[in-house]
Design a protein around this ligand. Structure first.
Ligand code: ADE
Ligand code: ZN
Length: 328
């Protein structure tokens, strides 16, 4: 058996970022929106660098205009993830893209997404939970509105708050109010840090937002004290190696710090981030990691156990996921 055939947990997946280009093109066609500029001739997403990626991402997202569009997207994403053996996913959902930050509208989007996820669980056996996502470059005021949407819908399905967006804008601490609001509502916390920001951004995430997981976090490797701190606090990194290589953070997978972080005692997990943008899948991530670092089935089973421990869902859901991991 190849490691790519193992059942998998994915903790870091952007809902809109998982939209296949053909799906976005179809919606653009239906709504008569010209999006040709964001595609290459062969139909892939076209972007030059990280900031351009975020612009193309938002242009693609502009065709997702209703709860029904997000329901269709949810089914498409989960069908594809299940095809790659994913049994449990946490995806990032932005109220900014689902009703413009309005709580009532957000609830309608969420209702449609949950219905689609429930159906996909029955059809494909994959479980989805949501993490509400303020977009960093939209600023702290919009983040507060997103956090309010999160607080108003916190529960067994919306399980966390996790900031994405351009790490080059402002500081993690600028968003402390939003994170405090989410924490008080019982939500678990993660933020993108140490991707395009250096170790200082990871220190800020720990110190100023008090998160228990970090999106990426890989640039912590540049600061030995920080690596020790992550290990001591048992903070889990949502590593996305293929995404980092595609966006030019590292020249190739053998240069990626995931194995060194793991060997230093940091809790690491593996996710795809925005798979159609970076031409990766969870199966491919497993295959690539196995060939870059010699990881075997036991390593990947341990990786999934780390992910299960760090998942934001409740104990009943974890028990069901565990069964899925073990029965395969
Ligand atoms: N939004 C979608 N993908 C992202 C990434 N890799 N980093 C920050 N924000 C994102
Ligand atoms: Zn991400």
């Amino acid at each position: 058996m190849s490691v790519a055939d193992l059942p998998k947990i994915e903790l870091h997946l952007h809902h809109e970022g998982a939209a296949p280009p053909a799906f976005i093109r179809q919606l653009a066609f239906e709504k008569k929106i010209d999006l040709s500029r964001i595609f290459t001739d062969d139909g892939s997403y076209a972007f030059e660098n990280f900031v351009h990626f975020l612009q193309v991402y938002e242009a693609a997202t502009s065709v997702l205009q209703s709860p029904e569009d997000f329901a269709r997207l949810t089914r498409a994403i989960l069908e594809e993830s299940a095809r790659h053996g994913v049994v449990y996913t946490e995806s990032f959902l932005s109220p900014d893209f689902c009703g413009g930050g309005d709580v009532a509208a957000w609830k309608e989007y969420l209702h449609a997404i949950r219905e689609a996820a429930d159906q996909a669980e029955r059809d494909f056996g994959i479980i989805l939970r949501g993490i509400v996502t303020p977009v960093r470059h939209f600023g702290p005021e919009k983040a507060k509105r997103a956090a309010l949407c999160a607080a108003e819908t916190a529960g067994d399905w919306i399980v966390g708050l996790g900031m994405g967006g351009d790490e080059g804008q402002g500081h993690q601490g600028d968003f402390a109010y939003a994170f405090d609001m989410a924490r008080e509502a019982g939500l678990r916390l993660t933020t993108h840090a140490g991707e395009f920001g250096g170790p200082e951004s990871v220190w800020e995430a720990i110190r100023d937002l008090n998160v228990e997981r970090i999106g990426h976090g890989v640039r912590a490797i540049e600061d030995t004290k920080l690596v020790q701190e992550l290990a001591a606090r048992q903070i889990t990194l949502e590593c996305c190696p293929g995404s980092n290589v595609f966006l030019g953070l590292y020249p190739d997978l053998p240069s990626h710090p995931i194995a060194r972080l793991r060997d230093a005692g940091v809790k690491v997990t593996v996710s795809t981030d925005d798979p159609p943008f970076f031409h990766n899948t969870m199966s491919r991530e497993y295959d690539m990691l196995a060939s870059a670092f010699g990881w075997d089935e036991d390593d990947f089973r341990a990786l999934n156990q780390t992910a299960l421990d760090a998942a934001f869902c409740d104990a009943d859901t974890k028990a069901r996921v565990k069964e899925k991991l073990e029965s395969a």
